[in-house]
Design a protein around this ligand. Structure first.
Ligand code: GLY
Length: 373
């Protein structure tokens, strides 16, 4: 895009090469583990404990990004083994499987199919898309989050990140029904989640019989009406992706609106997001994953807007990346993780390594590196 200067480009290449060197070692010693976090710096196999855990697709996604960038077949072979392991979850049709199937298959099997044409990977991705489509409620007009007949009215901002799976399914099969569901869900989310100031609710509860908005919940944030930073970053990234697939300006405008709010909030804390932008000043909790997810979405916004608007989004993405790299990145081979200080929820585990922080960090570096090439 011509907006990165030579020093930034050199720096980005250096960071990528450190990350790639570290992951080459980590991949070899991790075998077929499907990690979520680490214990004493070493990946723990989350799949063994909970096969349908929502983050179980990110490591396969990281292997596919490594394959895409390096063309090293060893990464692809391991990604295929990991996808074989995940097949068990595709058969958990009643309970176990849930709304996060986009995270679980699109980033790994979806990219595998796009890069290699692997039929098995395509089938897995389409099975996941069929499942996600089946969670759409016709009367309510949204994709239902989580399981349980008592929670049929629940919808969450995170699902904006799952609907790219549906856009993919329409693009791949030619059937528009997947895309229609994605658009209906995105429209409902646009209307009910984004607040006038650009902040975003985590959970909206609807009447499943009518689609009427009943209440909002604090979810993984501090409280009702607060501003959980990862939720804000899912909105930036999710609406930017919805724009990419539809070219509907309303989605891009939504992504920009939340981005403006997010950039304002992080400029107060050295470009590392607080866990919740509307929580008490003390104790200070941060969430590095929110930074990486937002930065990835900001780059997509920069690609979509006219040239005179690009700099705002690109420069914010670079500032976030620099802050993450300088303060929170571990490129030593003593540990398996990349980013420190991810947080699950305000009232949950905080300041730990979390696999999706690493996934989105890789995505950010590669998107910026490829823009500059
Ligand atoms: N999708 C759940 C989370 O962001 O923690």
């Amino acid at each position: 895009m011509g907006l990165l200067n030579e020093n930034d480009i050199k720096w980005m290449e250096e960071i990528w090469s450190q990350v790639e060197d570290k992951l080459a070692v980590v991949v070899k010693r991790s075998g077929i583990k499907i990690p979520y976090t680490t214990k004493d710096g070493v990946f723990v196999d989350k799949f063994a404990e909970d096969p349908s855990w929502w983050t179980n697709g990110f490591w396969g996604g990281m292997l596919m990004l490594l394959y895409e960038e390096t063309k090293d077949e060893a990464y692809l072979a391991l990604a295929n083994q990991i996808e074989d392991r995940m097949d068990e979850v595709l058969h958990m049709v009643e309970e176990g499987i849930h709304h996060d199937v986009g995270f679980m298959w699109y980033l790994s099997s979806g990219l595998n199919y796009k890069l290699t044409g692997n039929k098995k990977a395509k089938t897995r991705t389409l099975m996941a898309a069929n499942y996600l489509a089946s969670r759409f409620t016709i009367k309510g007009g949204y994709i239902i989050a989580w399981n349980g007949t008592d929670r049929q009215g629940w919808s969450i901002i995170d699902s904006m990140m799952n609907i790219p799976l549906l856009f993919f399914a329409s693009e791949e099969t030619g059937y528009s029904r997947y895309k229609e569901i994605a658009i209906a869900h995105a429209d409902k989310t646009l209307e009910n989640f984004i607040r006038p100031d650009g902040s975003v609710n985590h959970i909206v509860v609807y009447n499943p019989e009518t689609g009427e908005k009943l209440e909002t919940l604090g979810g993984q944030g501090y409280e009702v009406g607060s501003s959980w930073s990862r939720g804000q970053s899912w909105a930036i990234n999710g609406f930017a992706q919805a724009y990419h697939h539809t070219k509907d300006q309303r989605y891009l405008d939504a992504a920009k609106k939340v981005a403006h709010y997010f950039i304002t909030c992080i400029s107060e804390t050295g470009y590392i997001p607080l866990l919740d932008f509307r929580s008490p000043k003390e104790p200070v909790y941060i969430d590095t994953t929110a930074g990486a997810i937002a930065a990835s979405g900001l780059i997509d916004i920069a690609k979509a807007v006219p040239s005179h608007e690009k700099e705002l989004y690109l420069s914010a993405a670079i500032k976030i990346l620099k802050a993450l790299v300088e303060k929170e990145l571990d490129v030593t081979t003593d540990t398996d993780y990349l980013l420190r200080n991810g947080s699950e929820a305000y009232w949950g585990n905080k300041h730990l390594s979390i696999i999706y922080g690493d996934y989105y960090l890789m995505e950010v570096i590669l998107k910026l590196k490829n823009i500059s090439e």
